[in-house]
Design a protein around this ligand. Structure first.
Ligand code: ADP
Length: 472
């Protein structure tokens, strides 16, 4: 299921509660308003009827009615009746045809068809002998209609308001959670580029905000981590440098001892063993120095326009000789496209191939075959080194590029440090290329790399730059 982001979750929650509260508020408001509206209509009717008494006077024997009585004010219709409910004057609203019984001072609700009316009668004694009945009628339906318009208006406004609330809520949450996104992005970038120098770096405007403090703490932690890693890199570099001299002395002394003819067979074997171990150590130190230079950005890349087909064949041939010398019965074959050229650093390219082929030999099966292929495709040089050896299990496959990782240390032997593939990866990526491994345990592995071909001009430019640097 797709992960719902915190922004969306908070917006939904926020909108839901705003919606709930607004709905309840509106329902209460409308029910109160509806009651209020009906009470107001009744009050208006009552007052109009009571005030209309002022419009009726006796002048001698004749009854005089002011013209105001006839006019309809506030939707209230007035009609005048005698004591027998005989219509004398005034008017009734259209559609009000019933003649309800007299009911003095009583507010009545009368339904006629689809319409409802409030009817209010008032018995008014003009003098000793003259009594009239004033009847006020007003339509409830009309009053409700105008109220319904307000309700409809509110109903139209309501979704718009919900939408506006959701949008505002979303914007607000996005702004609030922005530092969290920045933190995630920074961690992702650090993971992708292994670059601990990156910082979240929130601007100083949001001081006091908890997330801002978290981001600051995070930056502080990154600062410390970077320092620790820098110290560790420096330590590796220093130790490797320091170890180089004693190893060279041991190797030189071994060479000198081996020239001594008086050595017994046993002594010679012991010195040869010391020499071999010293050579392994020297190689490990060289690898460590290479990687620490690469980490510190001090490993130069000297690209030249080179015939990589020839270089690949040459390296494969050398590795065949080495494998023969080691007594390995393995055949190294190569199929390289003719005269493929690319802009690469020759030393590093050889180092990369040596690592891949020597691994294929080391982990290949006896009497097996190692195949080295080189083709060009889409401005890329594609190389593969295939063996039919022990293979690598799926669980180990992603880890083989990690420094000092050895999938099967019992098979890799003592002179395998687990640094080779880290170097290979660095070399390929420094050239702007890629590398991947595929393997079936028990059947063999294949390492496929792609390097951008580049152009002769690019290499020439680099040479020119280097020349300028050297004379500068
Ligand atoms: P190492 O010096 O141990 O060979 P690498 O970095 O070159 O170090 O390789 C890391 C690990 O990957 C090795 O220890 C081995 O387990 C595995 N590996 C590398 N190449 C192959 C291969 N061709 N076949 C099987 N396993 C391999």
């Amino acid at each position: 299921m797709k992960r719902v982001s915190l922004k969306v979750k908070l917006t939904i929650l926020y909108t839901f509660f705003t919606l709930l509260v607004t709905c309840i508020a509106l329902a209460i408001l409308f029910s109160l308003s509806s009651k209020e509206m009906l009470a107001g209509t009744q009050e208006r009717l009552k007052q109009r009827v009571q005030r209309s008494t002022e419009d009726i006077t006796m002048s001698g024997d004749a009854m005089k009615i002011d013209s105001d009585f006839y006019s309809v004010t506030g939707d209230v219709y007035l009609a005048l009746y005698d004591e027998n409910m005989f219509f004398l004057y005034g008017k009734n609203p259209y559609g009000f045809n019933t003649k309800p019984e007299l009911s003095d001072g009583q507010m009545r609700r009368i339904r006629e068809g689809n319409e409802e009316w409030y009817v209010y009668d008032l018995v008014f004694r003009l003098d000793e002998s003259n009594t009239v009945i004033i009847r006020g009628v007003t339509s409830i339906t009309e009053a409700e209609k105008s109220f319904a318009v307000t309700l409809r208006f509110a109903m139209i406004l309501f979704p718009a308001m919900v939408l506006a609330t959701a949008l505002m809520g979303y914007r607000f949450t996005r702004r609030t959670l922005f530092p969290v996104k920045k933190m995630t992005d920074t961690v992702e970038e650090i993971r992708a580029d292994a670059d601990l120098s990156r910082r979240i770096g929130l601007k100083d405007g949001k001081q006091g905000d908890e997330i801002y403090i978290l981001a600051k703490t995070f930056d502080g932690m990154l600062e410390e981590l970077e320092e620790v890693f820098e110290r560790e890199k420096q330590f590796t570099s220093d130790v490797s440098h320091e170890l180089r001299t004693p190893i060279s002395v041991i190797l030189a002394q071994c060479g000198a001892c081996l020239e001594d003819d008086t050595l017994t067979e046993r002594q010679r074997a012991q010195i040869l063993l010391i020499e071999k171990k010293a050579k392994d150590m020297s190689e490990l130190i060289a690898h460590l120095l290479f990687l620490s230079r690469a980490d510190q950005g001090r490993q130069p890349l000297r690209k030249e326009w080179i015939n990589v087909s020839e270089l690949t064949q040459m390296t494969a041939e050398e590795q065949q000789i080495l494998a023969d010398e080691q007594g390995r019965e393995i055949r190294i074959c190569w199929q390289t496209g003719e005269d493929i050229c690319a802009s690469v650093d020759e030393t590093l390219y050889i180092r990369m191939l040596v690592n891949l082929i020597s691994n294929a030999v080391a982990y290949g099966k006896e009497k097996g075959t190692v195949t080295v292929e080189l083709t060009e495709k889409n401005e890329q040089v594609i190389g593969t080194v295939r063996d039919d050896g022990i293979g690598i299990c799926a669980e180990d496959l992603p880890k083989i590029w990690t420094r000092f990782y050895r999938a099967d240390s019992s098979r890799s032997g003592e002179n395998h440090s687990g640094l080779g593939l880290s170097m290979v990866k660095w070399i390929v990526e420094a050239h702007g290329g890629w590398i991947r491994a595929e393997s079936t345990p028990g059947e063999g592995s294949v390492f496929i790399f792609g390097l951008p071909k580049g152009s002769p001009d690019e290499s020439a430019d680099e040479r020119e730059e280097k020349h300028q640097d050297s004379i500068g």
